[in-house]
Design a protein around this ligand. Structure first.
Ligand SMILES: Cc1ncc(COP(=O)(O)O)c(C=O)c1O
Length: 390
């Protein structure tokens, strides 16, 4: 099997949509196969041999994912998706909300980190505040005045899913925690490219989706600080999280497993652990260099504009043209075997900031080479030559 069986199956494809989902390496597919072939049973409750094997596989996966996040395993729960987690946190954070309390976000949030807070804000008459993005640099603008005594939650993305900008969130998180706000990090875009250091960052919760780090959908490791872990109620209730249940009441177990009611997706967790181990062997610098090449090439084309992305960025780039619509660019590229995304990228608040309806997003994965970048640019130029001559 090649390193990426899907890409072997489509040898002509240039897959530039890894920010949405990475293609899955053979090693990860093999880990899933191995789990189902030799270890599969339901976990925790079964005392038999396979039940023990599956439980061990799940707990080993948790330990490896925790190490990847820079956190102790006892503080990492395996959830299903970043979206699910952000919805849970908005619903269950231990805050006695008063009308006028504030939640601080950035304008670069994915809808997954806006809509749950909007729903909560409607319920309790809260104020949502947004940290701006500097139009010149693409980095976060000043946030000091937005963090007030009424800020109960700061929930921010580590990196933009549109421009790739990696935000300097640590000072914000530290300051917010010092004043007693809950701090949440959406690490969905950063996880594959930047050390997460969850325990040191100043966050109470940090989450990412495994399908964005070369794993598969269905696993989202969530780090919880000690203070949140002890105060957060179980988000889902059911099997596996109780000490005792009477017809009218239940008491819950302590520790991280009380956030894992029901049967977990052990295969997805095993795949996620295999993926982060595989990822550790890849050369991240190579993708940064390819990104720089791509950005400098795009900037030479007067007919398009690259959105700024700050000093550090994931290998994701967004651009638009006033003459060649983003959807037409993406369709043209797709007709030539190149997969990119066009649209608002589930970040409409961010695109409104730039007053743009849609941009093209190019996101690189480990399988992308310099030859692919040149082929992409040539195809883009050919499209422009054709459409601009109309
Ligand atoms: C920054 C960011 N947050 C959250 C999400 C949602 O992740 P999921 O669809 O895995 O729940 C995404 C997905 O694109 C994302 O890029």
């Amino acid at each position: 099997m090649s390193q990426f069986p899907l890409l072997e199956h489509y040898p002509e494809l240039i897959y530039l949509d890894s920010a949405a989902a990475c293609q899955v390496p053979a090693e990860v597919l093999q880990a899933i196969q191995h789990y189902y072939q030799y270890q599969h049973a339901n976990v925790h409750r079964a005392g038999h041999r396979l039940g023990r094997a599956a439980t061990l596989a799940l707990e080993q996966a948790r330990a490896q994912l925790a190490a990847f996040m820079g956190a102790p395993a006892e503080q990492v729960t395996l959830q299903s998706s970043t979206t699910a987690v952000l919805n849970y946190l908005a619903q269950y954070l231990p805050v006695s909300w008063q009308a006028g309390d504030e939640v601080l976000l950035t304008r670069a949030e994915h809808h997954a980190n806006i809509l749950p807070w909007q729903r909560l804000a409607e319920r309790h008459q809260l104020q949502l505040k947004y940290i701006d993005i500097d139009p010149q640099t693409g980095a976060l603008s000043a946030w000091e005045e937005l963090l007030t005594a009424r800020t109960k939650v700061v929930s921010v993305t580590f990196a933009s899913n549109v421009t790739g900008a990696l935000f300097d969130i640590e000072p914000l998180l530290q300051r917010a925690q010092q004043q007693g706000s809950w701090t949440i990090v959406d690490a969905a875009q950063a996880a594959a490219h930047y050390p997460l250091r969850a325990s040191e960052l100043g966050c109470d919760a940090l989450v990412f989706s495994a399908h964005k780090v070369y794993g598969v959908a269905g696993c989202a490791p969530l780090y919880l600080s000690e203070r949140l872990l002890t105060q957060l109620p179980p988000m889902l209730v059911g099997g596996g999280v109780v000490q005792q249940v009477t017809p009218t009441q239940a008491t819950f177990i302590d520790g991280i497993q009380r956030f894992e009611a029901g049967s977990p997706n052990t295969a997805a967790a095993v795949a996620a652990a295999a993926a982060v181990q595989w990822l550790a062997k890849q050369d991240g610098q190579r993708l940064s260099a390819l990104r720089s090449l791509l950005v400098s090439e795009l900037r030479q084309r007067a007919w398009l504009n690259v959105l700024p992305s700050g000093l550090q960025a994931t290998p994701t780039v967004a651009f638009y043209s006033n003459e060649f619509h983003a959807y037409d660019v993406a369709t043209w590229l797709d007709q030539h075997g190149i997969a990119v995304r066009a649209g608002h990228h589930c970040a409409q608040v961010f695109l409104q900031h730039w007053q743009l309806p849609a941009v093209v997003r190019v996101s690189l994965g480990v399988y992308i080479t310099e030859a692919h970048i040149h082929q992409f640019l040539q195809t883009l130029d050919a499209g422009w030559a054709l459409f601009s001559s109309d």
